[in-house]
Design a protein around this ligand. Structure first.
Ligand code: SAM
Ligand code: DTB
Ligand code: SF4
Length: 313
């Protein structure tokens, strides 16, 4: 869909009841509104990342005191995947604190993890930073379902958040993922001090990818002590719902994932996000380095009369 920034604005700034109604209508035309996809994260390589992403607790530029470790073993990752599956997750997502894969041996280990997760009958997603065309192809051949690579924010605000790699570098990795025939998971973060215009700019950039990402993670910043964004002001909950609803309207067939930041959200806010078109979450007690609702999600979905989206097998 070709969309202009003005068209994005005309949706985002609709009167709230109108925006909500339109988004909910489009949502149920393309998805079962009672289903939520459950994805679980595993931080396969933690901390000491050379990039300077101001939001990230894993950047070597910040002193955050997180648990740091090298690439996990295939066995440990698959044990965690089995546990996630037993807990109802249908997609297992591996994250590595890398600028991109560099060592051949480590990359091959990640390929083995992908094959193992697929063999469990789960969807497999990885986020490893910048990829070459060849790395994207090899991930595709290993059976990878989706590659997560976020645009994070608007092109204008981006240089205030990350200086060690460019927006264009990200777009190039996204193009490699597409060429490899792997689904794209691409979204961003709100609550980093960006303006509403920047939030619309992010949504515009995402909806302008051709085709749009199959899944769109909307992260709310988890402010971590020691990062430059540790004191960022909390985002207005209505702005979050506007983002979700606008994403739903711009990308009707995509999964919209209510990602980081749910621990700070009330049930009412999450319910509103699901109504506005969010249909995927991260489950489990931990995201990559920060806590996530975990057990509480069962009760939330039950209270809302919603269920986990069934998996492949
Ligand atoms: N290193 C790889 C990269 O950046 O491409 C993959 C892992 S990185 C942690 C994945 C994504 O997590 C980032 O793009 C960002 O959107 C999100 N993220 C990181 N720290 C966050 C935080 N404190 N709050 C919300 N989202 C965060
Ligand atoms: C995404 O968009 N959000 C996830 C996943 N992709 C890799 C990561 C959220 C990380 C939140 C901060 C942390 O736990 O370190
Ligand atoms: Fe590294 Fe990714 Fe964190 Fe940026 S977001 S510092 S690239 S782990």
């Amino acid at each position: 869909m070709t969309v202009t920034r003005d068209e994005v604005r005309s949706l985002y700034e609709l009167p709230f009841p109108e925006l909500l109604h339109r988004a909910a209508t489009v949502h149920r035309a393309h998805h079962n509104p009672l289903h939520v996809q459950l994805c679980q994260l595993e931080n396969i390589k933690s901390g000491r990342c050379p990039e300077d992403c101001h939001y990230c607790p894993q950047s070597a530029h910040h002193e955050t005191g997180i648990d740091e470790y090298g690439l996990e073993t295939v066995d440990d990752v698959l044990a965690a995947a089995r546990e996630a599956k037993a807990g109802g997750a249908t997609r297992f997502c591996l994250g590595a604190a890398w600028r991109g894969p560099r060592s051949e041996a480590e990359f091959e280990r990640v390929l083995a993890m992908v094959r193992g997760v697929r063999a469990l009958g789960m969807e497999s997603c990885v986020t490893l930073g910048l990829l070459t065309e060849d790395q994207a192809r090899r991930l595709g051949e290993a059976g990878l379902t989706a590659y997560n690579h976020n645009l994070d924010t608007s092109p204008e605000f981006y240089p205030r958040i990350i200086t060690t790699r460019r927006y264009e570098d990200r777009l190039e990795t996204i193009a490699h993922v597409r060429r490899a025939g792997v689904a794209l998971c691409c979204g961003g973060i709100i609550g980093m001090g960006e303006s509403r215009e920047d939030r619309m700019g992010l949504l515009h950039a995402l909806a302008s990818l051709d085709p749009p990402p199959e899944s769109v993670p909307v992260n709310v910043l988890v402010p971590v002590k020691g990062t430059p964004l540790e004191s960022a002001a909390p985002v207005d909950p209505i702005e979050l719902v506007r983002c979700i609803a606008t994403a739903r309207l711009l990308m009707p067939r995509s999964r919209v994932r209510l990602s980081a930041g749910r621990l700070e959200m009330t049930s009412e806010l999450q319910a509103l996000c699901f109504y506005a078109g969010a249909n995927s979450i991260f489950t489990g007690p931990k995201l990559l380095t920060t806590p996530n609702p975990g057990e509480g999600d069962g009760a939330l979905l039950a209270a809302l009369g919603m269920t986990a989206e069934p998996g492949e097998a």
